[in-house]
Design a protein around this ligand. Structure first.
Ligand SMILES: [Zn+2]
Length: 466
């Protein structure tokens, strides 16, 4: 009997060993810790001086104000060279310290990524959607940021005892997530919720960096754009736009603006826009494939001094953006739960030569959803239209603006009408949390509260109806 007891005791102890070991390292909270990877434009601080170099401070705006006012007067007087001189002076006063050199290295480095994981997440919306927030220097090569993100993930894992983490990535955050997947795989990733993702590129950035932005004949598109932006839905503003359209005021204004841009573009590009934007490796992650080689030729023209920068941006473009479908397919095969949320119902900015398209204000619906089909902005899918891919479900929006069957992952891509690009993480925290926690089997047909097509109405989210 004694022997039996001691044997039983031994068995119990053996059985409890792994449990004890597990309890020691896991917090048993039932879900993977969620890391929020924010979009482009987080604050940057000069490592040496501690001074904030982005965004500019109030004093910087005060100092630059006379130059901005002077530039506006020069523009009105059609003195384009003076406009350019004063405008560039103001831009460099406000943003000069974020510039990168020809190799894509910041003149003033920051340690944005060195913040340690802390549960003391600032900001109400961030607490609602995530347990940790990852900061990064958005100017850098995404591979540098992915390395920092990997370190961060390791720290979160050891802090919490979890073996996997989940991501909520907004806009450029998805670029960092995709680069992370490319470099480190998906073994540590439970779920990835991509909000208005930029990993498929941003059409207007390609258009701008290839020098093809042309607004001179876009008056109707400009009016449609202004009328579709929820942030400008004030009735007096809307009336002003309609009156300007009726009086045909847009065409001469746009021709005049385009004239000033054309006459000064080369100078502005080489003295200001190049160092500030084109020499930032991070910016190039936004350029879509259709523009990429043209934009490179336009910005760098084969000049050998840019070779190192070009090596960096080529690596991202061809290893990550051009390879995105495979990266996401492999990660899902490996058990990562992917959800994409894409915006529509707002006109894209009338800056590219192409038609204006459905967008979230910044990223076209086609880019952010990885392929959804829409007619040019202002038109719905024609009568008798049949969806691009017949997969046995209906993926056409009830308002007939989007065919989601054409996108990469139609079962796990949601679309929100009238949600501005920058509002994605703020306005829908309950929906985002729901997405992070959903099992892989969840589709856009699972929950009638969250069907594939949703409408943003203030802080309310409701299904789109016909
Ligand atoms: Zn389907």
């Amino acid at each position: 009997m004694k022997k039996l007891l001691s044997l039983l005791l031994c068995v119990c102890m053996l059985l409890s060993l792994p449990t004890a070991a597990f309890a020691k390292t896991s917090c048993n909270c039932g879900h993977s810790p969620v890391i929020y990877v924010r979009g482009f434009g987080g604050p940057l601080y000069n490592t040496e001086t501690g001074k904030r170099i982005y965004e500019p401070a109030k004093e910087d705006y005060k100092k630059a104000a006379p130059y901005i006012a002077g530039a506006a007067v020069a523009l009105l007087c059609r003195s384009y060279p003076l406009f350019c001189t004063l405008g560039m002076k103001a831009a460099m006063m406000l943003l000069g310290e974020i510039a990168c050199d020809e190799t894509g290295t910041p003149l003033y480095p920051t340690n944005a990524h060195e913040s340690l994981p802390t549960t003391d997440v600032h900001g109400k919306y961030q607490r609602e959607i995530a347990d940790y927030v990852f900061d990064y220097d958005w100017r850098l090569d995404p591979f540098d940021t992915a390395e920092n993100l990997h370190t961060y993930v390791e720290r979160v894992k050891s802090l919490t005892g979890h073996t996997k983490v989940s991501f909520v990535a907004h806009s450029m955050g998805s670029v960092m997530l995709a680069t992370y997947l490319s470099e480190y795989g998906s073994d540590d990733v439970d779920a990835a919720v991509c909000l208005a993702p930029a990993f498929g590129g941003v059409t207007i950035m390609g258009s701008l960096l290839s020098g093809e932005a042309d607004i001179s004949d876009k008056s109707e598109e400009l009016a449609n754009f202004l009328l579709s932006v929820p942030a400008l839905s004030d009735s007096r503003l809307q009336l002003l736009v309609r009156v300007c359209r009726k009086l045909r005021l847009f065409p001469p204004i746009l021709r005049w603006l385009q004239g000033s841009l054309d006459s000064q573009f080369d100078r502005a590009f080489h003295e200001c826009l190049g160092p500030l934007f084109a020499q930032m490796p991070g910016i190039w992650s936004f350029v879509t494939d259709e523009y990429y080689e043209r934009a490179k030729a336009f910005c760098f023209g084969g000049d050998a001094k840019y070779d190192e920068l070009i090596r960096k941006i080529d690596r991202y473009h061809y290893e990550v953006q051009a390879n995105l479908r495979k990266l996401l397919d492999d990660a899902q095969q490996n058990g990562m739960r992917l959800a994409i949320v894409s915006g529509y119902g707002i006109s894209s900015m009338p800056l590219s030569r192409a038609h204006t398209q459905q967008s979230d204000f910044l990223i076209t619906t086609k880019c952010s959803s990885l392929g959804a089909y829409s007619e040019p902005f202002g038109q719905s899918l024609p009568e008798g239209y049949t969806q691009a891919v017949q997969d046995g479900h209906d993926h056409i929006s009830p308002d007939r603006l989007v065919d989601a069957s054409a996108c990469a992952y139609p079962e796990r891509t949601w679309f929100i009408h009238s949600l501005m690009h920058f509002d994605f993480p703020y306005k829908n925290t309950a929906f985002i949390r729901w997405l992070v926690e959903q099992p892989a089997e969840t589709t856009v047909f699972t929950n009638p509260e969250y069907p594939q097509f949703l409408l943003q109405d203030g802080h309310e989210l409701r299904p789109v109806t016909e």
